[in-house]
Design a protein. Structure first.
Length: 61
């Protein structure tokens, strides 16, 4: 889920790929932000890149 958010996929696109509702995706994203200690999608993207969850050249699709 974090990688999909970091790659710039929308809530609907993430939900479709993971067979989740948009509301569930939003809930998971909010939980991720709380656990990681960030506030924005941009910070989630930076976290994913810094922690090797995605190659740096994939930061934006």
């Amino acid at each position: 889920m974090l990688k999909l958010v970091a790659l710039g996929y929308t809530t609907a696109e993430i939900g479709a790929q993971l067979s989740l509702s948009a509301r569930t995706v939003e809930h998971y994203r909010a939980n991720l932000k709380d656990k990681i200690g960030v506030r924005t999608r941009a910070e989630l993207t930076r976290y994913a890149a810094e922690h090797g969850l995605m190659p740096p050249d994939e930061a934006l699709r």
